[in-house]
Ligand binder design. Sequence first.
Ligand SMILES: [Cu+2]
Length: 334
Amino acid sequence: MKTIFTPLCISALILGATGLAQAHVSLETAQAAAGSGYKAVLKIPHGCEGAATTQVSIKIPEGFIAAQPQVKAGWEIETVKSDYQHSYKVHGKDVKNGVTEIIWKGGKLPGDFYDEFAVVGKLASFDKDTTLSFPTVQTCENDKTENWTDIATEGQNPHDLKNPAPQLLVSASAAKAADHSAHAGHANGHDNKAAEAVTLGDLTLSKAHSVATIPNARVAGGYIVITNNGKEDDNLIGGTSDAAGKVEIHEMSMKDNVMKMRKLSEPLAIPAGQTVTLAPSGFHIMFMDLAKPFKEGETVNVELEFEKAGKVNLPFHVNPAKGSADKANDHSQH
Ligand SMILES: [Cu+2]
């Protein structure tokens, strides 16, 4: 089944130049929690040997459910729907099919410019850490193509692939990760560290971490996975930290092709039975007015407050500025 969808509103394309002429196509957020909502932001860093990109198609992997492309000014969107290999429960309903391929066409991305193509959906509740591949084909003027479709076989290093498909590491659901705390280090990547999972009432808080800042930074992001194992919704009201003048909850979103960050005006909902992931491309904690820059290897003490579960003190480990999750997918340094 094919559906043609043409965005009516054409707003100015925001284009950023890139110096990474050799960079591979990759996902902006290369790690997410099983069972959570996920926004796949496909980064297209260059054309085909200089030719402008006129079409981008992406295959949606099994386990990325209810995929919906984000409207993109200047591009038509075509979706292919087919049956999933498995059946999934979404909001209590069985979902057996959905979008398995998305094609953006009719646009023109000059060869030396950069752009992003986004898809939102939900990750299945994988019970072990799983790598999902999003094979992508870039079609350019003069019938040139770039195929980002190589998938590493077992035991093969993805870095050895010439044209790797963009990858997402899905970490097993937080509740399960807590049961297997010995594996927590693995689940989280190579040398990055995050706090052990903490239980607060019905909530499980895991993977609390921040990222090292540049020397004069005034703000830093905080990231965490929050699972509500209870039967009642809860809300993240806010937090405090001795490392920052203020702790706010922010949302990063795309509006008319512009990346916007805003402070949430209401508490962040943690619905019953669901996992909310605070990550760089979505909801996140923002440490404002830093007492001093965050350095790799340090721990930042944070008190988070939930409406029902109450307050909890959590260490946020400061990871290197370029995380291992990024390294797995970002080949720009080759
Ligand atoms: Cu922010």
